[in-house]
Write a protein that binds this ligand. Structure first.
Ligand SMILES: *Cc1c(COP(=O)(O)O)cnc(C)c1O
Length: 368
């Protein structure tokens, strides 16, 4: 049996007529960049999130960058974020002119460890970017309390957590803004690059929309200098079609995660993911931890099972952050996790038999 890490083809097969029709409409109307399909997706996504504004952009990295810029982050400002994420989270802080300040992760839920945030706050701190890593909402109440106490913005990185919920409310709607990626492999994925920012702040929404479109809301009326980061019509139409299915797909991911955890929980050398109370974890990634991670990964690979590591180097230890001179003991949990994390195949269409095959291989390796 061959099991890919993600399987976008099977999903396409299940909604092919909807997708093909969506693409045909856009081409017929030549609504290639911006236009009615993009406006319709923004409206539908905002409504489903339960938020006033959705501003579409070219990708998730731009979503973070545009939000940071329009929040006024610039030279001299520090932005606190997690040590374990994709580099987009921290590189956009630098790109805006600020300095990323990393905080270690929770040993059980792998999001930013709220108990370690306050010691990193200085008079230059302007914002905190929690990442809802793997689809698990961060400890939002804890982060919100710190933001309130110190007058900081909370900008949520929701790239891995579309419609994950914290106490019943969608992520992205707690902070001043939420940034989403629709990269093809994300829970809600386009057929190319796309991203969006959501917010309830009318003024910020207007500024972000302006900045992402050359500083203009109306053609030729450039109020500020901006960038070109727009969603294209084909991606918007595909995303609108897929938005109807996201709840069932997220539910399937949760079910698959439960199958994995049930089958692996009693193996001593393996740690299955913990789920925070009061959250809906949408399992963009299903990561176990094992001290024999590399052997396990080779054994799974030999059995035709593709796996991943998210992430093999925690952000502070990347060459890109050499200048910050961090050592493993600065972020002991993230450092331990980069050595032990192993992401198993995860997508909605994964079958119970496929999961059984994966867990049987893992179990057989424990007795070697
Ligand atoms: C994917 C991702 C991004 C960036 O999104 P792109 O659309 O690839 O630019 C940002 N943050 C996190 C946590 C991600 O996983």
């Amino acid at each position: 049996m061959n099991i890919p890490f993600v399987d976008l083809n099977t999903q396409y097969g299940s909604i092919q007529s909807e997708i093909d029709e969506a693409i045909r409409h856009v081409i017929n109307d030549t609504a290639f960049v911006g236009g009615e399909y993009v406006a319709a997706f923004e409206k539908a996504f905002a409504a489903k999130c339960g938020v006033r504004h959705c501003i579409s952009v070219g990708n998730g990295t731009d979503a973070l960058f545009v939000a940071l810029k329009m929040l006024g982050i610039g030279p001299g400002d520090e932005v606190i974020t997690t040590a374990m994420s994709w580099i987009a989270t921290s590189e956009t802080i630098t790109l805006a002119g600020g300095t990323p300040v990393f905080v270690d992760i929770e040993p059980d839920c792998y999001d930013i460890d709220v108990s370690l945030i306050e010691q990193k706050i200085t008079d230059r701190t302007k914002a905190i970017i929690p990442v809802h890593l793997y689809g698990q909402p961060a400890d939002i109440d804890g982060i919100q309390r710190i933001c309130d106490r110190h007058g900081l913005f909370m900008l949520e990185d929701c790239a891995q957590a579309h419609f994950a919920k914290y106490k019943g409310q969608n992520v992205g709607t707690f902070g001043i803004a939420g940034a989403f990626s629709f990269y093809p492999g994300k829970n809600l994925g386009a057929y190319g690059d796309a991203g969006a920012i959501v917010t309830n702040d009318d003024k910020l929404a207007k500024r972000m929309r302006m900045f992402a479109n050359h500083g203009a809301l109306k053609k030729h009326f450039h109020e500020i200098e901006g960038i070109n980061s727009r969603m294209d019509g084909i991606q918007a139409a595909i995303l609108s079609a897929k938005l109807h299915h996201i709840d069932e797909w997220n539910a399937a991911r949760q079910k698959n995660a439960a199958f994995y955890s049930e089958a692996l929980r009693d193996i001593d050398s393996i740690t299955v993911p913990a789920i925070r109370p009061n959250v809906k974890h949408v399992f963009h990634v299903y990561a176990i931890r094992s001290r024999k991670r590399d052997e396990l990964q080779s054994a799974l690979n030999a059995a035709g099972i593709a796996t991943g590591i998210h992430y093999p180097t925690a952000l502070p230890f990347l060459k890109a952050y050499e200048r910050l001179e961090h050592k493993p003991s600065d972020f002991p949990v993230a450092h331990e996790c980069q050595e032990t994390f192993l992401s198993l195949p995860m997508y909605p269409e994964l079958s119970k038999e496929q999961i059984r095959y994966v867990t049987d291989i893992i179990r057989s390796k424990q007795n070697d």
